[in-house]
Design a protein around this ligand. Structure first.
Ligand code: PLP
Length: 457
């Protein structure tokens, strides 16, 4: 069976990766020379040889995001079932534009999204779709929110709106919203950046002041984005209060839970997402904390009518609409031809079960807590407050860029630097692999202490 070979390769990689390097030292000319010397595409090559060469390149020339000491940017270690899923999808190549072309794939996605929508507490009539990632899901949210708030937006664009629309985010929200404001024609200045409190959560008083002031100035507030697990610091905006405010002010409430959303399956963590059930729309990425390969985002919305209006289209060349309760994804989402994204989450969930996911997610949260404590004991100052496994830390006089370069060079770990609320750069470490162990954290923290004490002061 072909999948045995895939699983055995995945298992081999899993066994080998922890003892190999995490960060490559390679220059663009080195890779370009290699490619130019071997691949001018004039003669056919044996597939096995090319695959072996490509695998070598991937092993040598990338940051190994599935390494247990990759403490990075939400890129997960991936479950073997999800690797098999992506291969199976490539083999059958289902077309997810319409229901009629791929009934099985459509229903598998619907079933999987329905499960998660239920966890979020969304109503049964909510609509959801798989996306390429969080940025596309956030784009979907803004387009649907505009469509609902401004009935002329769809036909006449922003020209048809008398007052300038405004959306509210904090400086800690994901920067995909800047690109979205640009792409939708809102313009980047349509984003109002709300102040944060000392824990980097949205300041409700400042939000209320801004909305009132904008209305007085003749602008048209239409949307508030609460983040559940900010990219930099894992902060969770006050979702219940935001939900209440948005309802009272008739504003669209979007929750960007691209990473943190997976916490909804954990009995221990889901309380931190209270209020998400009142969202008008939610972004949650399977390719982050659900540990499946890129690209797998999800967009959930409680207003199927608005989604239908935003993405409606009629053609003579697409297969006819099916009657009944099915939808054709090309009329309810951004993409047209679309890969069967949902299988990787379906297969991984089916194989591990919900309890397996609870275990993976709570393990990572536990390792995050352990990292936070170990760093504190080692004399680092923790500068973020998050119940999720992202830890930002520093000490007086730290030169983050120099410290990171040393970490990479000695293959201790991959972590990043971040500026929180426009402060100075600090270190950021996030547990993104369900395979990271206590021993990995002990090793990283003690090697960092050695580096700090003897080499970099
Ligand atoms: C909070 C948040 N939202 C959105 C995104 C964008 O997601 P993607 O990279 O999947 O497009 C990210 C990426 O890290 C994120 O952290």
């Amino acid at each position: 069976m072909a999948f045995e070979e895939i699983l055995s390769r995945a298992a081999k990689l899993e066994a080998a990766i922890a003892s190999g390097p995490i960060v490559p030292a390679v220059t663009p000319p080195e890779i370009r020379r290699h490619l130019a010397a071997r691949y001018d595409f004039t003669k056919p090559l044996a597939l096995d040889d090319v695959v072996a060469d490509v695998e070598r390149m991937l092993r040598m020339w990338q940051v190994q995001v599935t390494h247990p000491r990759y403490l990075g940017l939400f890129n997960p270690s991936v479950t073997p079932a999800s690797i098999v899923a992506d291969t199976l999808v490539a083999m059958y190549n289902p077309q997810l534009a319409t229901w009629r072309t791929s009934p099985a794939a459509n229903e598998i996605e619907r079933h999987t999204l329905g499960w998660l929508a239920g966890k979020f507490g969304l109503p049964a009539h909510a609509i959801a779709s798989f996306t390429s990632g969080g940025a596309e899901a956030n784009l979907s949210a803004v387009v649907v929110a505009l469509t609902r708030a401004f009935p002329d937006y769809g036909e006449h664009g922003l020209r048809g709106i008398a007052a300038s629309p405004v959306m509210y985010v904090t400086s800690e929200a994901h920067h995909s919203f800047s690109k979205i404001a640009h792409m939708t024609g809102l313009g980047r200045r349509a984003i109002s950046t709300v102040a944060t409190d000392r824990d980097l959560k949205m300041d409700l008083g400042d939000l209320a002041r801004r909305v009132a002031e904008d209305r007085r100035d003749g602008l048209a507030p239409f949307m508030v984005v609460g983040t559940a697990g900010t990219t930099g610091a894992g902060a969770i905006d006050p979702l219940p209060e935001l939900a209440r405010f948005c309802r009272a002010e008739d504003l669209w409430f979007h929750v960007d839970a691209a990473w943190g959303g997976a916490a909804i399956v954990s009995p221990r963590l889901r309380g931190h997402l209270a209020g998400i059930d009142a969202a008008d729309s939610i972004t949650c990425d399977a390719h982050k904390w659900f540990s499946v390969p890129m690209a797998a985002g999800m967009f959930f919305c409680r207003h199927p009518d608005a989604v239908g209006r935003a993405f409606r289209v009629e053609t003579s060349y697409m297969p006819g609409k099916t009657a009944g309760t099915t939808v054709d994804p090309y009329t309810t989402s951004v993409q047209w031809s679309r890969r069967f994204i949902g299988l990787k989450l379906f297969l991984a969930l089916a194989e591990r079960g919900e309890s397996g996911y609870v275990e993976m997610i709570e393990h990572q949260a536990y390792i995050g807590d352990m990292l936070r404590e170990s760093l504190r004991r080692a004399g680092w100052r923790i500068v973020n407050a998050s119940p999720l496994p992202v830890v930002c830390f520093t000490r007086d006089g730290l030169e983050t860029a120099r410290f990171l370069a040393a970490l990479y060079q000695r293959q201790i770990a991959w972590m990043s630097e971040v500026r929180l609320a426009d402060g100075p750069p600090v270190m950021r470490a996030c547990i993104t692999s369900y395979r990271t162990t206590e021993a990995d954290i002990d090793r990283v923290v003690s090697e960092m202490a050695r580096l700090d004490a003897f080499e970099l002061r």
